[in-house]
Design a protein around this ligand. Structure first.
Ligand SMILES: NC(=O)c1ccc[n+]([C@@H]2O[C@H](COP(=O)([O-])OP(=O)(O)OC[C@H]3O[C@@H](n4cnc5c(N)ncnc54)[C@H](OP(=O)(O)O)[C@@H]3O)[C@@H](O)[C@H]2O)c1
Length: 271
């Protein structure tokens, strides 16, 4: 369920590996494009399935797809395992646990479109060990699963990973803004960054920054959603709060999250 950038690639990989799929997506045309059976509702897709994989945008989307008379929970039998791969945070998984009687794994992923396509995602799994062992082979079609703890631990692990993601992009942006304000050329700034712990990341972002085009892999709106999920944990995480404030100033929702670099460079002017 959920055939956006990530879900469509996951579905394609599973189909190519010989699994029999029924898919569902809110926007039906994306489901039709896959060339496998399409269900009219999440409940209908779940009915009779051994395993249901959800890969949707955010906690609200997960509720919409899993709850109510047309949701996954209404169609899944006790023998159906539900694997949620969306990045939704531990509270959404706890809510889902209250809704489904079936075994549940939370299994969000690190890696983007190309990793989903090539089956090289890192998959952080929370849930019962026996459920994990049962579905480890299936998840291995998509990447490298690691069981990080009980239910909700995968969702938590993903927030930990994405804290580094949003913090690093903001740090690179601020370093470049500082370089510019101090009169260093862009070349010199990147040469300096190359000698630091963030050298690889800075170099990776350079072509987009220089061309001014940020084709979406991980859209900005999803990075902002993740920064919000981290903030909801209620900790005094000052660096991540600062990165989040930059993501909230950026409006290029459907561009890659690295488009926040442009916003930082435009706005981190002298006070
Ligand atoms: N893109 C990445 O690089 C990346 C990497 C790691 C993890 N993730 C995470 O993976 C998840 C999916 O990401 P994505 O890149 O595939 O996002 P996406 O391309 O925006 O796709 C989002 C999916 O969620 C569905 N959806 C959104 N709101 C919905 C609602 N209210 N009811 C039902 N369905 C709804 C969309 O349906 P429609 O097609 O109808 O809009 C679409 O299928 C997110 O949690 C994201 O944070 C993404």
């Amino acid at each position: 369920m959920g055939l956006g950038g990530m879900g469509s690639r996951i579905a394609r990989r599973l189909a190519d590996a010989g699994h029999e799929l029924t898919v569902w997506n809110r926007t039906r045309s994306k489901a039709d494009a896959l060339g496998v059976p399409v269900a009219d509702t999440p409940a209908a897709a779940a009915a009779g399935s051994e395993v249901v994989i959800t890969m949707v945008a955010d906690p609200l989307a997960l509720q919409t797809v899993t709850e109510g008379p047309e949701g996954v929970a209404a169609g899944a039998g006790d023998e159906t395992t539900l694997i949620d791969m969306s990045t939704v945070g531990p509270a959404a998984i706890e809510r889902l646990r209250g809704v489904v009687s079936a075994p549940l794994l939370d299994a969000p992923v690190l890696g983007s479109l190309s990793e989903a396509e090539s089956g090289t995602l890192h998959i952080f799994v929370g849930g019962e060990r026996e459920d994990y062992e049962r579905w480890q082979g299936l998840l291995s079609v998509l990447g490298t699963p690691i069981r990080v703890g009980p239910s909700g631990a995968g969702a938590s692990a993903k927030l930990v990973a994405n804290t580094t993601l949003v913090d690093v992009i903001a740090t690179i942006g601020e370093a470049l803004a500082l370089a510019e304000a101090l009169g260093l050329s862009r070349d010199a700034a990147f040469a300096v960054l190359a000698t630091t712990a963030l050298g690889d990341q800075a170099e990776r972002r350079r072509p987009a920054l220089e061309s001014g085009e940020f084709p979406p892999r991980f859209p900005l709106r999803l990075a902002r959603k993740d920064a919000d999920l981290i903030a909801e944990q209620g900790l005094d995480l000052r660096v991540t709060d600062a990165a989040r404030s930059w993501l909230h100033e950026a409006t290029d929702d459907d561009q890659d999250y690295s488009a926040v670099l442009r916003v930082i460079l435009e706005r981190a002017t002298r006070r």
